[in-house]
Design a binder for this molecule. Structure first.
Ligand SMILES: Nc1ncnc2c1ncn2[C@@H]1O[C@H](COP(=O)(O)OP(=O)(O)OP(=O)(O)O)[C@@H](O)[C@H]1O
Ligand SMILES: [Mg+2]
Length: 309
């Protein structure tokens, strides 16, 4: 059997009183694109920094391409491409110089012009990096991760600041890496990005894994249920028999497998009571909604959704 690209078992990381990572385990197979999702401060960057060898775990075991990353083995580092959450390029160097310099550290780099073209930086290749726009700087970060032609890429929020078309191009680029058999571990706060790119998703919060699975496994158990949401004016409260509960933003939600009958009951009540169902929406839950339920930005569902914590 081939060695997994990444194996993490029960890692933890504390800084004095602060627990950045409490207990995280997951495996990424070679050729897989895994998205690590979670709210600000969940421990995503810390986990990635441990995998890169920037930080040492307080507890647990980590293997990256079969190596212990804490030893910062040259053979391992030559096979890694990294986009850090904060870019650390020299503002005095041009994108062309930065990419060439990073490429020189790898045994089999891609041609500089090709990489600049791939990330859409050809027209500003000779401008000083300090003068690039935020999105252009982020493209440069992605170029630096690609130039070494690495087997394993760590991309920590790689498309933050990208305009919509640059984001789409980056998605294509990243999914092409997957097709070439490269392994990608990425973090993102964009659920559409995770849904588009990830073979598998791991959701963490407060340094612990909340859920893991393919996008369809995460959304799957909820797809036979439809969500009906609406708003009511003033202090009107719908009858409890409809299975309605109120969300944090004041709107109301029903989850049902019997869409037609439930809508019928709801609208009949509204007509009888002479109330308007404002912003009435009927749809299947998205990955974003499942994610928000998991990390607790909306009140928990009434004893229905199982594995929360
Ligand atoms: N060097 C440090 N010293 C003390 N606490 C730290 C340090 N680095 C990170 N932390 C804390 O560890 C926790 C996890 O941080 P981390 O950067 O891993 O979160 P994240 O999931 O990447 O969040 P974001 O989505 O905002 O990037 C946070 O509470 C953070 O404040
Ligand atoms: Mg982070």
């Amino acid at each position: 059997m081939t060695v997994p690209a990444i194996e993490i078992q029960h890692i933890s990381k504390t800084y004095g009183e602060v627990t950045a990572v409490a207990d995280v385990s997951f495996t990424v197979q070679q050729g897989e694109v895994l998205a690590l999702l979670g709210p600000n401060g969940a421990g995503k960057t810390t986990t990635i920094e441990i995998l890169e060898g920037h930080r040492k775990a307080t507890g647990g075991t980590v293997r990256v391409l079969g190596f212990d990353p804490a030893k910062r083995d040259r053979q391992m580092r030559a096979r890694l491409g990294i986009v850090l959450q904060d870019s650390r390029t020299d503002p005095e160097l041009t994108p062309r110089e930065c990419v060439a310099m990073f490429g020189s550290w790898y045994p089999d780099p891609r041609p500089v012009d090709e990489v600049l073209e791939l990330v859409g930086l050809t027209s500003v290749a000779d401008r000083r990096s300090g003068r690039l726009s935020g999105g252009q700087q982020r493209r440069l970060d992605l170029a630096l991760a690609l130039v070494g032609n690495p087997d394993l890429l760590f991309l920590d929020e790689p498309t933050t600041g990208f305009d919509p078309s640059a984001r789409r191009q980056a998605w294509q680029l990243i999914s092409d890496l997957g097709t070439l058999g490269k392994t990608v571990l990425l973090t993102t706060h964009y659920m559409d990005e995770a849904e588009f790119l990830a073979d598998r998703i791991v959701v963490i919060s407060d340094g612990r894994v909340l859920a893991e699975g393919t996008p369809s496994q995460l959304v799957g158990p909820h797809t036979d249920r439809v969500r009906i949401t609406f708003r009511l004016d003033g202090a009107v409260v719908p009858p409890t028999g409809l299975g309605v509960h109120q969300l944090a933003d004041g709107s109301w939600r029903i989850e049902t497998r019997e869409t037609t009958a439930t809508l019928h009951d709801l609208t009949r009540w509204a007509l009888d009571a002479d109330v308007e169902l404002e912003d009435l929406i009927v749809r299947r839950p998205s990955l974003e909604e499942i994610y928000l339920d998991l990390v607790g930005s909306t009140p928990p569902e009434p004893a229905s959704e199982g594995a929360k914590r």
